[in-house]
Each structure stands twice: as structure tokens, then as C-alpha cells.
Ligand binder design. Structure first.
Ligand SMILES: Cc1cc2nc3c(=O)[nH]c(=O)nc-3n(C[C@H](O)[C@H](O)[C@H](O)COP(=O)(O)OP(=O)(O)OC[C@H]3O[C@@H](n4cnc5c(N)ncnc54)[C@H](O)[C@@H]3O)c2cc1C
Length: 447
């Protein structure tokens, strides 16, 4: 019999797996990571000894609970760590595990693929020593490494302050935090943010801790340039410059939607996420038959919401299999998720998208580093009359390289929109293509 498959062993995928098991279904849980936990609760290698408190701070209790659940569930599931899902076609998934390709048929699938950083390039961003915020955090959480000795944190979003705090707390030298969002925006967002007082309090704590420990925090300030020859040597903003040997930067997160795309889900423009997202109903059903969506992969809502959405999507799947579920629990989950959605609106007000970025990006700036496409190349294609993003891709190869636009796609859309004088939602979305993540050479793909 074809299994129910869950892709992603983060909070959403783990809670979906637990719910299915509780109802007598043994799912196949696939994740490309070494150990389950997802991004927020990313686990260190088994032989590392740092405590949960050191690794996860305020989230230590939750992280331990998720890891415990994962460890208890693992032997009861068909759990496949270190396995990448790189394609979906005709009711089957293409997998890659330790260099070996495999095809897996599924009956139903829950997509819980999470998110990555949203990158808005600046001159110098391809220099060694420049990381995304998430990557800087992974280095610390997974390996206990800092990305440099004098680290600057730039961009915007809640992760900016969190990762800067985690670095400083771990003993790294954080030379500055540059937040493109002005303080006034955060003040304006307060009423909406008060809907989740505990989360708000944690955010305020990280911000206050940095200031109290002498870390310069500049708000309403945009990183203009990263200087260096062999690697990063300084950052520049306004009229100022600051020496550093590493930079972590990002403007919030973007959902990993490629798999949902290959599975045939319909997408719609989502103004809150400033992105095209796969459509789902309040229970997590997508527009495609037997495909369910949960967690940040279908819209950024955070770990708490991912956990609940995973359970809710699993309940929807069970219901569709004519298995009795607790309807009151399902309704409660949907109500909680709606509340978190309101908080999410507040976060967007607090950390607004830097609208001026596209207009200010110089022509010479590398936009797509896989194909070395510059901002000016994209503008030249727009000047020829093209503005639909897949057409622009065909003309200058932006988003056509190894990352398949996962890194550059959103920034390219911003450049096209600004230069063509259209709204960002009119540019269209880059269609997903397999392989959705890079494959190594030499993989034997079965026909
Ligand atoms: C790098 C990073 C760090 C973050 N750190 C924090 C933090 O410290 N605190 C916080 O509050 N929030 C953090 N967030 C946000 C937080 O991770 C999410 O809100 C939460 O983890 C969402 O849970 P999820 O289950 O939807 O996805 P995730 O936890 O992201 O889990 C998704 C899982 O899917 C797997 N996956 C994705 N695609 C594939 C594929 N094609 N094949 C196989 N496996 C796949 C990934 O390996 C991952 O384990 C972070 C986000 C990122 C990107």
C-alpha cells in the first residue's frame, strides 16, 4: 500500500506525524537534515554536549519536548533523515539519500518544508564572510561556530535581533546591528503585537539585552555596501563605515514552496508575505487532490503556528480518509491559528519591507549569483518590453541556476516590478522546476 508521506521534520511535520500515528496511520517522514527538529529546534550532532538552555534559550523547554517526541516517534515511523525530496511527478516523489536516487509513490502527502531567509542583495554580498541570518544561526546552533570574529548583523525582522543576541550571548563580538525598520514602525505595531505578549516580551528582551551589553543597534538604517577584497572587511551605511570580518543579513523569511508547486497546488498572491503562496483552506488542504500544507512552507507564521498547523493538516487528511477525528480540537486549532495570523500582521508593520531597495540597487549589483546575472541585465530585459518573471528568466537566466530562484527570485521580482512600473503582484511567480535543490554529479536517476 502506498504510504502517507510527510516532507519536513520541523515542528509542523513532527506534530503531523504524531497525530497520524495516534489515529493508526504510520507515515513516512522525510527530511534532508541529519536529525529531526527543523530550523528553530535544529539539533546539534549527537556527540555535541551543549545544553538545551545554551542552544535554545527561552525555547529550551519546547525544543526538548519536540526532540523527545521525535525520538519516541522515530522507531514507529518510516523515518528517513538525510533524504532530499527533489521532484514530485505523477503521484511519486524523487528522493536522494547518501548519493542514491529512489522513487517513492504516496497516497497522500503533507508538505511541511519550512522557510529560508529572504535575501535582498547589496554590493559585496557575494564576498566570503557574508552569510544569511539563518545560515549564521545554523553555524552556531549546529556546530557551535561563529561566522567571524567581528560580526555585523543587518537587514530586518525578528530573527535579526534573535541571532545577534545568540551570538553575543555565546561570546562572539557583535560589532553592530543595522535594522532597516525605524523605531516608529515598531511602536506603531505594538497594539497588534500585544496579541502575543510572551513573544513580544522575548523580542523586547533581545533588543534591550543587546543595548545593555554595549552592542550598537541602529534602527531605520539600510546597509549600503559590504567592503572587502579576499573577504569582508567593513560595512557601509549612510555616511558611516564599520570594520568587521563577517556579515549576517536577511529581510525576514520566505516560504519554501517549490515542492507544493510541483505537486500541482494553485498559488495566489499574498500581500502579507509579499510572496506567491500555495493556497490552503483553514485546515491545510491545498487545491490539489491528496496534498496538504502545514507550517512556514505555506506562509510564515512561526514555530508555534507550525506545530498547530501540522496537527490540523493531519486531522484534515484523516477526515478525508473517513477516520473519525475530534472536531472540537480541530476547530480550536483553527481558532488559535487565526489569532497568530493577527500577530503576524503586527510583525509586518514592525519590520516593513524596505520599499526603496529595488530603486536604489545599482546596475552592477550581482542579483543571481548562480548565473552571475546583474541588476542591470534584468533592467535591460525589462527595457526590451518583458516584465513577466518567467520571460525575464528566459532572456537573462535570472533564477535559472542551481538554486532555481530560491535565493534570487524574490529580489528579481522586486527589480522587475520597480523598473517596469508595475505592482510586485503583477510580475508573476517563478515556476518551480526539478531539481528543486541542487543534486550532486553522478546521481543515477531511474527513468
Ligand atoms: C535558518 C532559520 C532559522 C530559524 N531560527 C528560528 C529561531 O531561532 N527562532 C524562531 O522562533 N524561529 C526561527 N526560524 C523560523 C522557524 O524556523 C519556523 O517558524 C519554524 O521552524 C517553522 O516550522 P516548520 O515545521 O514549518 O518548518 P522548519 O522547522 O523549517 O522545518 C522544515 C523541514 O523541512 C525540511 N525540508 C525542506 N525541504 C525539503 C526537501 N525538499 N526535502 C527534504 N526535506 C526538506 C528541512 O530540512 C526542515 O527540517 C528560523 C527559520 C530559519 C529558516
Amino acid at each position: 500500500m502506498k504510504p502517507v508521506v510527510i516532507v519536513g521534520a520541523g515542528p509542523a511535520g513532527i506534530s503531523a506525524a504524531r497525530t497520524l500515528l495516534e489515529h493508526g496511520i504510520k507515515p513516512c517522514l522525510i527530511d534532508e537534515s541529519l536529525r529531526g527538529g527543523g530550523q528553530i529546534y535544529r539539533r546539534q550532532p549527537a556527540n555535541f554536549q551543549r545544553s538545551a538552555k545554551q542552544l535554545y534559550g527561552f525555547e529550551a523547554g519546547k525544543a526538548e519536548a519536540v526532540h523527545r517526541t521525535m525520538d519516541e516517534l522515530a522507531p514507529l515511523l518510516d523515518y528517513r533523515p538525510e533524504t532530499l525530496v527533489w521532484n514530485a511527478e505523477g503521484g511519486r516523489l524523487d528522493l536522494l539519500h547518501h548519493g542514491r536516487a529512489e522513487s517513492l509513490a504516496y497516497s497522500r502527502i503533507i508538505v511541511a518544508t519550512g522557510a529560508t531567509d529572504r535575501i535582498l542583495p547589496v554590493p559585496g554580498w557575494t564576498l566570503p564572510g557574508v552569510y544569511s541570518l539563518g545560515a549564521a544561526q545554523i553555524a552556531l546552533k549546529f556546530q557551535g561556530c561563529a561566522i567571524g570574529e567581528r560580526v555585523a548583523f543587518c537587514g530586518s525582522g525578528p530573527l535579526l535581533y534573535l541571532v545577534a543576541y545568540q551570538y553575543a550571548k555565546a561570546g562572539a563580538n557583535v560589532v553592530a546591528v543595522l535594522d532597516s525598520a525605524p523605531f516608529s514602525a515598531q511602536f506603531r505595531a505594538l497594539p497588534a503585537l500585544l496579541g502575543q505578549p510572551l513573544t513580544l516580551a522575548k523580542g523586547l528582551y533581545y533588543r534591550a539585552w543587546l543595548t545593555a551589553h554595549g552592542v550598537p543597534v541602529h534602527q531605520g538604517v539600510t546597509l549600503k555596501q559590504i567592503d572587502g577584497e579576499q573577504r569582508v572587511s567593513a560595512i557601509r551605511w549612510a555616511e558611516q563605515s564599520l570594520a568587521c570580518d563577517a556579515v549576517a543579513f536577511a529581510h525576514a523569511l520566505r516560504s519554501e514552496t517549490q515542492l507544493a508547486d510541483l505537486l500541482g497546488c494553485e498559488f495566489a498572491w499574498n500581500a502579507l508575505n509579499r510572496a506567491w503562496l500555495p493556497q490552503r483552506d483553514s485546515a491545510g488542504r491545498s487545491s490539489a487532490d491528496a496534498v496538504y500544507l502545514a507550517g512556514d512552507g505555506a506562509g510564515i507564521m512561526g514555530a508555534e503556528a507550525a506545530h498547530m498547523a501540522g496537527e490540523r493538516a493531519a486531522l484534515a487528511l484523516l477526515e478525508d480518509m473517513a477516520i473519525t477525528i475530534d472536531q472540537r480540537r480541530a476547530a480550536w486549532l483553527e481558532q488559535q491559528l487565526a489569532g497568530i495570523q493577527r500577530f503576524r500582521q503586527g510583525l509586518e508593520t514592525a519590520f516593513p519591507f524596505p520599499q526603496q531597495w529595488a530603486a536604489e540597487a545599482p546596475d552592477a549589483l550581482i542579483l543571481c549569483r548562480c548565473e552571475e546575472v546583474r541588476v542591470g541585465d534584468v533592467r535591460a530585459v525589462v527595457d526590451e518590453g518583458h516584465w513577466e518573471i518567467n520571460r525575464v528568466k528566459a532572456h537573462c537566466r535570472v533564477g535559472m541556476g542551481r538554486c532555481q530562484g530560491r535565493m534570487c527570485g524574490l529580489a528579481a521580482a522586486e527589480i522587475i516590478a520597480e523598473h517596469s512600473g508595475r505592482g510586485i503582484e503583477q510580475i508573476g511567480r517563478l515556476r518551480g522546476q526539478a531539481p528543486i535543490k541542487p543534486l550532486p554529479f553522478g546521481v543515477q536517476v531511474q527513468p
